[in-house]
Write a protein of this length. Structure first.
Length: 401
């Protein structure tokens, strides 16, 4: 049983939902805009790519220091306040990044982008679930809008490069979209949330033993890390990997990234449809993680063929970036229905550890071999698949009861 919502007459559900989704299209920009501009930023700051990768790790630090706080605040205060904090933080990040030539300042701005991400998550996931009386399908579509942003931005950057235009226009476009949505969101009202009843809170209490609950919690927290790491690893290095290992041209390399984003969008729609028709969450989590691993192997082994690289990138997006992380979060939230905000914060806290550590790990690996840097993502995918198999074993008695 889920929390209920008392709506005020002024609430425009459709406009509010679309505004929340637009934030995640912009967030799609934010996820990859530093990685996609690594060479240009390195030139602007007069530093090597390794230093830019270090700056990118600041996004993870921002999430790391804020997720536990914003998740708790989401259960206590206004969802709209957190959404507004997220939008304003992203605006400062976008404008500031093209104005500074200081690596320390850029690192602080990257931290602010991480804070923006956590604030948006805390205010948005809870709003969408509770506005729809506990229906979590709409949270899957968040990933779809993120994928649209991840699809559009590489094309924008490739166009700017092809026309020898300033890379900063990509940040200006991001800032302009934020200003539009901040103005739009200012007049919108959010639903008033009622806490779940004590009867509702006890429904899950006897479904599985404390030991299995603890083990499932540990597995899901680890999956919060691996599912995020799998995507970040790929998006940060696929463009440079295909350029340097396979000698792809600039447009061809960015096209591989766009194929990933197209696959992600297709995967979101597919996963949304399957979950809406009661497909097994655990079977989907296992199978999609396995397909992601296989697609990475194909890129590493046969990716010199442009067509194969594009198709495998599409399949990787279809599986790893379809919303499986959000599905894992849904399983986690169903274990603790009384604390959605806190669970969201804890789950993405471990994802933020991935955002911080992956750029550092890959930055070190890149000094040895670009192939080893990209190929290590396969290990992450295998670990994620094994975690989901373990979770399925732990959850099986619950589903048979």
């Amino acid at each position: 049983m889920q929390a209920t919502v008392t709506e005020e007459p002024q609430i425009n559900r459709r406009r509010l939902t679309l505004s929340l989704y637009l934030n995640y299209l912009i967030h799609g920009f934010g996820l990859i805009i530093l990685a996609q501009n690594m060479v240009a930023l390195g030139g602007a700051w007069s530093v090597p790519v390794k230093t830019v990768s270090f700056v990118i790790s600041g996004v993870g630090i921002g999430r790391l220091i804020s997720y536990l706080i914003t998740g708790t605040l989401a259960d206590l205060f206004s969802r709209k306040l957190l959404v507004n904090i997220g939008m304003l933080s992203y605006l400062i990040f976008a404008v500031g990044m093209i104005m500074t030539h200081s690596v320390p300042v850029a690192y602080c701005l990257a931290i602010l982008a991480g804070i923006a991400n956590s604030a948006l998550d805390a205010g948005t996931y809870t709003t969408l679930v509770e506005m729809n009386d506990g229906n979590g399908y709409d949270t899957i579509l968040i990933k779809g809008f993120m994928s649209i942003g991840e699809f559009i931005l590489p094309l924008i950057i490739a166009t700017l490069n092809a026309k020898n235009l300033w890379f900063g226009w990509s940040f200006i476009i991001m800032a302009a979209l934020l200003v539009i949505n901040i103005i739009n969101m200012s007049s919108l009202k959010f639903p008033v949330i009622k806490a779940p009843s004590k009867v509702d809170l006890g429904e899950h209490a006897h479904k599985q033993s404390k030991v299995r609950t603890v083990l499932s919690t540990i597995v899901l927290l680890a999956y919060g890390y691996t599912s995020m790491a799998l995507m970040i690893w790929f998006t940060q290095w696929i463009t440079l990997f295909t350029q340097r290992a396979f000698n792809f041209g600039n447009i061809a390399a960015h096209t591989v990234m766009s194929c990933y984003s197209i696959g992600s969008m297709a995967g979101v729609l597919t996963l949304f449809f399957l979950l809406k028709h009661n497909a097994s969450e655990m079977k989907l989590l296992i199978s999609l993680n396995l397909v992601a691993v296989l697609s990475l192997v194909i890129i590493l082994v046969a990716g010199r063929n442009v067509l194969i690289a594009n198709v495998a990138s599409f399949i990787f997006g279809l599986s790893a970036a379809s919303g499986v992380m959000q599905t894992g979060l849904t399983v986690f939230m169903n274990m603790f229905p009384a604390h959605r905000g806190m669970i969201t914060g804890i789950f993405y806290f471990f994802g933020s550890i991935a955002s911080f550590t992956v750029p550092l790990i890959t930055g070190v690996l890149s000094t040895h071999s670009i192939t080893a840097t990209f190929g290590a993502d396969i290990i992450v995918g295998i670990i994620g698949t094994v975690l989901m198999i373990i979770l399925a074993v732990l959850q099986k008695p619950v589903r048979q009861a």
